[in-house]
Design a protein around this ligand. Structure first.
Ligand code: RI2
Length: 307
């Protein structure tokens, strides 16, 4: 359990971050925990697995990749504990293999949409979005990237380091420079924390202002999202919860204490309506946001049985 709690804490503190990475880390943690439960009977085993699953899922509320990964990993049907453990190990190995391969497939499919000479605007740090950009570059397309800083955690710095290491010409801007800069942009490419059944994108705070400015300037917005980032529970009417993070990420707590009439709000994500999104690139193809229901139905099950 100690290792699982350590992983949970790393996800909560964002030492492990990115919707895909937290999903893979949670699946691996649950698999390794299951391995330690061989001496229990099946009832005790299932209770322990459910507790552990809840601990992992409760760390961050917005990215549906996390509950999807845990749901796909914990499934077991055998009444024999040894076999149930093997099922969970198999589930996790499959999930992690698929998640890893998905990034390559998204890169190849998404790169088709990038033309020689394109200037691409991206936000935050998305491994899926960067897979598209790097693949296009590796195909010999002379592209450049404009990356937002992505306050308050400044994941844009991870992005510019990664792009620079890959040899891709990159410009860093502050988040509020998005609209002014849009005239230089050909295409917006972002990742996803969740996609709801109506095709809305939930992604790092500020994504919706990129999409709004892109819409105004008639520039395409492409979302890079593995199928496990679609949210089955939105089919049941559930809303995706927007994570409220600590004010300490935005302002020095000491400074805030000196201003008793000021409070700080720090929402981690926002919602981009489907109308602002041209295409969602998944590992099974490029879809318009209106196809979100079909993805949920075909790749995640329709959700009712997970409630
Ligand atoms: P990949 C991140 O969230 C960003 O919002 C990013 O767009 C999204 O996850 C998807 O990232 P955070 O963990 O899975 O930085 O594509 O809050 O890497």
């Amino acid at each position: 359990m100690d290792n699982l709690l350590t992983t949970a804490e790393k996800i909560r503190s964002m030492e492990i971050r990115g919707a895909g990475r937290i999903a893979v880390a949670a699946s691996a943690a649950l698999r390794d925990y299951a391995r330690t439960l061989g001496s229990l009977n099946i009832e005790e085993f299932s209770i322990k697995i459910e507790e552990a699953a809840k601990t992992l899922v409760d760390t961050r509320p917005t990215a549906v990749s996390l509950p999807n990964a845990v749901m796909l990993t914990k499934k077991h049907t055998s009444l024999n504990v040894g076999e149930a453990i093997d099922e969970i190990i198999g589930n996790s190995d499959t999930f992690i293999k698929n998640a890893t391969e998905a990034l390559g497939k998204i890169g190849r499919i998404g790169a088709e949409r990038i033309r020689d000479g394109d200037v691409i605007l991206t936000h935050c740090n998305s491994h899926a979005a960067l897979s598209i950009i790097k693949t296009a570059f590796d195909q010999g397309k002379k592209i450049s990237v404009i990356a937002t800083e992505s306050r308050p955690r400044r994941q844009g710095f991870i992005t510019i380091r990664e792009l620079s290491d890959h040899g891709i010409p990159t410009t860093l801007i502050v988040d509020s420079a998005v609209r002014l800069t849009m005239k230089e942009v050909d295409l917006v490419v972002v990742g996803a924390d969740s996609i709801s059944v109506n095709g809305a994108l939930i992604n790092k705070i500020g994504t919706s202002q990129l999409a709004l400015a892109a819409q105004e300037a008639r520039k395409n917005v492409i979302v890079a999202a593995e199928t496990y980032k679609f949210s089955p529970r939105t089919l049941l009417g559930e809303m995706v919860e927007i994570e409220d993070r600590s004010p300490d990420e935005v302002i020095d707590p000491q400074l805030l204490k000196e201003m008793p009439n000021v409070k700080v709000k720090n929402p981690g994500f926002d919602v981009t309506p489907a109308e602002y999104i041209d295409l969602i690139i998944t590992e099974v193809g490029a879809f318009p946001p209106a196809m979100a229901f079909a993805i949920i139905r075909d790749y995640l099950g329709i959700g009712l049985d997970h409630h």
